[in-house]
Ligand binder design. Structure first.
Ligand code: AMP
Ligand code: GLY
Length: 433
């Protein structure tokens, strides 16, 4: 089969790494890919949002399956465009992807279908936001409705924080039209878990759980990022609790979307807070998480290609997915300045040495060749630069491997968290779901 992966981050590198192992694969393309992906796939110089041109490419090359990594092309309707041209694609339509693209839609959808989530109000201006925040009390969460590259969620602790959030959202309009509508939401304390499932429009194949570390700094300090590290399993959710999530959240969501004429094909990702009252949905995403995909795909035993192809055709054959019992961890190496304005163009060495360590896989995100077209020196070229991942029978071993590999990478500017999985180490021995 000829496969096209859309995207160019570490998530897409992990997808290419996994798809490359399929005996069914004949040709692999990635648009636009990155230098790490270039070792596994032919790079196609098209950006993920060039939906028409991607469809032209897939049509001309008779691509058998397209897999979409990032949310932007999904919310722009890449699945609709491919469907109109009879081209198989694993990813939701524009209307189904609204579950990620609009937090207001997602919230009202959950309320319609009895899916547990935090209570909230929708507001359109600063005065209404202040009034709603007053009703909830501190801490309170303000969320821009539309996509904001993971930055449109502000947790407010006090009056000063509320004033700053309201100013950013409504006066400075830092999130543009994404903040035309804003959710003011009750703050839920607890542990977070990322729960993803492959969906074919009707059926749900749960993936292994993962835990994402969203803040830039150790001890969950500093601003939110796209994700600075992950491990799978998440550690916070027993197999029984996972089954409850599938029955009370994922299946009702997929059934609800189908019932509303928005059947969901692709990866449905529920960002959950495990509260004393049970799991609550913080957000839905319409795609693999990054870096959650890296750790979950490292543990997936099944051949991913026929499963995604069956999903794209609207019918999974598999009843469940199998995962290795080992623990997978990911430590993200980022550029100084991330998530604000990252410093780029710094030389990176030692990758081959790090990748040669046993049990280690390194996935590229923001890397580039120092001179385009020349396979020479690599430089940093983005906020998140590398996903340093490792697999081991236990969490402590996996962390040792990943951090040893991170230390081998010869890049003085690297910024990373030193506490991925640390708190769990003392609590439980990970393994299983
Ligand atoms: P979201 O993009 O909605 O997942 O929000 C980003 C992050 O903000 C989440 O991963 C949580 O850490 C935090 N967050 C969002 N909503 C809430 C909430 N209602 N209570 C507590 N934390 C939240
Ligand atoms: N790591 C969180 C996300 O992909 O949205």
């Amino acid at each position: 089969m000829k496969v096209l992966v859309v995207g160019g981050g570490a998530r897409e590198h992990a997808l290419c790494w996994k798809l490359r192992q399929s005996p069914l694969l004949t040709e692999l393309y990635c648009a636009p890919g990155n230098p790490g992906i270039a070792a596994l796939a032919d790079r196609v110089p098209l950006a993920p949002e060039e939906v028409q041109r991607l469809a032209d490419f897939a049509g001309e090359l008779r691509i058998d399956l397209t897999v979409v990594g990032p949310e932007l092309p999904l919310t722009l309707g890449i699945a609709d465009e491919f469907a109109n041209r009879g081209l198989p694609l694993f990813g939701p339509t524009q209307r189904a992807a609204e579950i990620e693209g609009s937090k207001v839609f997602a919230k009202q959808f959950m309320e319609r279908h009895g899916i547990p989530t935090a209570p909230s109000e929708v507001v359109h201006d600063a005065a209404a936001a202040r009034a709603a925040a007053g009703r909830f009390g501190y801490p309170v969460v303000l969320k821009a409705d539309g996509l904001a590259a993971g930055k449109g969620v502000i947790i407010v602790q006090d009056d000063a924080g509320l004033a700053a959030a309201v100013q950013a959202l409504f006066e400075e309009r830092q999130f543009g039209t994404s903040a035309d509508r804003v959710l003011v939401e009750a703050f839920l304390p607890g542990e977070e878990v990322s729960f993803m499932a492959l969906c074919d429009g009707e059926r749900v194949l749960p993936l292994a759980t993962a835990r994402d570390y969203k803040r830039i700094g150790d001890g969950d300090t500093g601003p939110n990022t796209g994700g600075m590290g992950a491990h799978s399993p998440s550690g916070g959710l027993s197999a029984e609790a996972g089954a409850v999530v599938v029955e009370t959240i994922l299946r009702p969501a997929v059934a609800g979307l189908a019932a509303e004429g928005r059947p969901f094909v692709g990866v449905l990702y529920a960002g959950l807070m495990l509260t004393p009252e049970g799991p609550r949905v913080l957000e839905f995403n319409a795609r693999f998480g990054d870096p959650e995909a890296q750790v979950v795909l490292l543990r997936l035993e099944d051949d991913l290609l026929p499963i995604l192809a069956a999903g794209a055709a609207g019918r999974f054959d598999a009843r469940r997915l199998s995962f290795r019992r080992e623990v997978a961890v990911c430590v993200v190496l980022a550029s100084p300045g991330y998530p604000g304005r990252p410093v780029q163009g710094e030389p990176i060495g030692g990758l081959d040495r790090a990748a040669a360590l046993p049990g280690v896989e390194i996935f590229h995100a923001g890397t580039a060749w120092a001179r385009e077209g020349a396979d020479g020196e690599l430089v940093s070229a983005g906020g998140r630069v590398l996903s340093v991942c490792a697999l081991d029978p236990g969490l402590s071993g996996a962390l040792k491997k990943a951090y040893a590999a991170a230390a081998e990478i010869d890049w003085p500017g690297k910024v990373y968290r030193h506490d991925i999985g640390r708190r769990l180490l003392d609590q439980v021995s990970l393994g299983g779901s």
